[in-house]
Write a protein that binds this ligand. Structure first.
Ligand code: CAA
Length: 285
């Protein structure tokens, strides 16, 4: 059930060379990210702190939120792919950064609350998870909208081994994703979920060969990017609403946004194109 073998696979996985990723460091922007804006409406963001297995320290998370907001505000981007390396999506919040903090500090600075910004991004985020997605790494993946896992992916909330509990949504999102009993077992024992069980339990939408994870995410994001931008964000908003409110409130929200699409030229174009047996040409209006 909860397997360690994939973790060993992750540990020995080889790093593939970065594709065409721009560092943006020429412009002095990203230290811990690699980004690529494609011409197909897809923005790829890769966590890049290899020596620390992409441990999520404050500078990295601050850059990530900036890069996501930048993509969210870029009219040429319609969907985002977030990934790490083949060895690690992210091995959690940075333990070395956290270890000397006391209660007054974490309370006053509202520690980790800045991460919530990831779940406020309106464009879809497809997470490509290879290797370790532990603690905050698992929580970050769960803040995304779709998770595609490489075969070597391992998910876990090991905070109990550090004398703490998940603090970036793990107890809530993991429980909603895989059910109470297995989430409780993982959170109370620190045991991990391999990619195939993660798929079986609905944490990830599918498992692909590790070296193909990013390509598969791009394919999904590229497909999303062919549709109307306002309709994409309405659809994402409604699905996410289902995780936040009761059924009746969610249904009412969905109906309001469904009706709202009738104010869009793209809605008229989509239905007219179907009737005329041609491909729609969406203008994002
Ligand atoms: N924080 C800081 N550094 C980390 C880290 C983390 N979460 N995870 C890994 N690293 C560092 C290691 O300290 C090591 O650095 P040095 O080379 O300087 O010693 C480097 O990354 C490589 O790691 P390992 O040598 O440990 O690699 P491994 O293959 O033997 O083990 C691992 C990999 C199983 C992921 C192991 O590193 C590990 O257990 N990491 C911690 C996982 C964890 O507990 N995550 C939860 C953090 S708490 C949290 O996230 C709270 C929250 O809810 C937000």
């Amino acid at each position: 059930m909860v397997l360690e073998s994939a973790a060993r696979g992750a540990a020995v996985a080889t790093m593939t060379p970065l594709r065409r990723f721009a560092t943006e460091s020429e412009q002095g922007i990203w230290e811990h990210l690699r980004t690529e804006k494609q011409t197909n409406g897809v923005q790829i963001i890769r966590l890049h702190r290899p020596k620390a297995l992409n441990a999520l320290n404050t500078p990295l998370m601050s850059e990530l939120v900036s890069a996501l907001r930048k993509a969210d505000g870029d009219s040429e981007v319609k969907a985002i792919v977030l990934t790490g390396s083949e060895r690690a999506f992210a091995a959690g919040a940075d333990i070395k950064e956290m270890k000397d903090k006391n209660y007054a500090e974490v309370y006053k600075e509202s520690f980790l609350t800045a991460w919530d910004a990831v779940s406020t991004i309106r464009k879809p985020i497809v997470a490509g998870v290879n290797g370790f997605a532990l603690g905050g790494g698992c929580e970050l993946a769960m803040m995304c909208d779709i998770i595609i896992a490489g075969e070597n992916a391992v998910f876990g909330q090991p905070e109990i081994q550090l004398g703490t509990i998940p603090g970036a949504g793990g107890t809530q999102r993991l429980t909603r994703a895989i059910g109470k009993s297995l989430a409780m077992e993982m959170i109370l024992t620190g045991s991990r979920l391999d990619a195939h069980l993660a798929e079986k339990r609905g944490l990830v939408s599918r498992v692909v060969p590790t070296e193909q994870t990013v390509e598969e995410c791009v394919k999904v994001a590229e497909k999303i990017a062919t549709f109307s931008h306002p309709v994409i964000i309405a659809a994402k908003e409604c699905v996410n609403k289902s995780q936040q409110v009761g059924l009746q409130t969610g249904l009412e929200h969905e109906k309001a946004l469904f009706w709202g699409t009738f104010a869009l030229e793209d809605r008229a174009e989509g239905m007219t194109a179907f009737s005329e047996k041609r491909k729609p040409v969406f203008k994002d209006i």
